[in-house]
Design a protein around this ligand. Structure first.
Ligand SMILES: O=C(O)C(=O)C[C@]1(C(=O)O)C=C[C@@H](O)C=C1
Length: 304
């Protein structure tokens, strides 16, 4: 199997790839951006792509959310969680006070903002396409910056000097990554699953969002993430990117989505897949498979 990922070697995305099903034995194809990684799947140059989707401190990775929800026709088949810790690294030994420019990925920069303000307040920030790309750039002639914020492992692999470590503002931060592939068989339910959907907000429909959420509430479906994003097609045109706890094979998830389809027919199913944390679904008896089967049988008997 060939898996594309946000490269180069040494990104947090590569660490996530190794945790994905089939990741350890997959051929790893580094891509320069999230969009290129997803395009490699669409063009059949890779079977699947590993991309970051959400960080516990900085929130959604909008490039991924928009690409998976709107631009591409891909399904999520797995997720992985990677603990995030950063070091500040330089090509040659340097003191903190000497650093005038720092490079890293924008999501990494957002996770060290307070540290940067207090520790390197005069350093100019230079964006990099990934944390590892920034670290590799220190060896360019001329170097892309005085120092890079990257994973401890890539600093070690490139023989960089560690100026400061554990510089993240929130210890224990985690980034969530997904494996995206062309639509195919949905992974089997495990009892601890997630379903991702994209729901366009119905136009000129007062209470549209509330009606959508009511379908989740009445079917006992918990949401683990909800974000609104512009579709890009016009001012005020928004979609909701939502993760649900449960699998499309369950009657309560299917029933909620069928109800939503009547309000927002362009709703898109983006995959059901096992949860990385393995947390089992909690559901009351009124939304069990047996309760749905008994209700359907009752209606059938009335129509009899
Ligand atoms: O630059 C990397 O190493 C990445 O894998 C990207 C990314 C992200 O997009 O959030 C992944 C994890 C960290 O939160 C910072 C950067």
């Amino acid at each position: 199997m060939k898996y594309a990922y946000l490269g180069p070697a040494g990104t947090f995305t590569e660490a996530a790839l190794l945790k994905m099903p089939g990741g350890a034995s997959a051929e790893r194809l580094p891509a320069a951006s999230v969009l290129s990684a997803l395009a490699m799947v669409e063009n059949d140059d890779a079977h699947a792509a590993v991309v970051p989707i959400e960080n516990s401190v900085e929130g959604g990775v909008t490039a991924t959310l928009d690409a998976v929800s709107v631009a591409h026709h891909l399904h999520i088949t797995a997720e992985a969680l990677v603990p995030i810790t950063f070091v500040l690294a330089s090509a040659e030994p340097m003191e903190l006070a000497e650093i005038r420019s720092v490079t890293t990925h924008s999501h990494a920069w957002a996770q060290v903002r307070k540290w940067a303000q207090t520790t390197v307040p005069y350093a100019e920030y230079r964006p990099a396409s990934s944390t590892a790309a920034g670290a590799h750039g220190l060896r360019n002639d001329p170097p892309v910056a005085d120092a890079a914020i990257c994973a401890p492992l890539v600093a070690e692999q490139l023989g960089l000097h560690v100026v400061d470590r554990q510089i993240e503002d929130v210890p224990g931060a985690v980034t969530r990554f997904v494996l995206a592939a062309k639509p195919g068989p949905v992974p089997e339910p495990t009892g601890a699953d997630k379903t991702t959907v994209m729901i366009p907000l119905p136009e000129d429909h007062p209470g549209g969002l509330m009606e959508i959420l009511e379908h989740f509430a009445t079917n006992g479906v918990n949401m683990s993430r909800i974000e609104s994003r512009p579709t890009g097609f016009g001012m005020g045109d928004y979609y909701f990117s939502i993760d649900l706890e449960g699998h499309i094979a369950e009657a309560r998830i299917a029933d909620a989505l069928a109800g939503i389809h009547r309000i927002s027919p362009k709703v898109r199913f983006l995959g059901s897949y096992p949860r990385a944390d393995g947390k089992p679904q909690q559901k009351g008896p009124e939304v069990s498979e047996e309760a749905f089967a008994a209700a359907a049988a009752w209606i059938e008997s009335l129509r009899g």
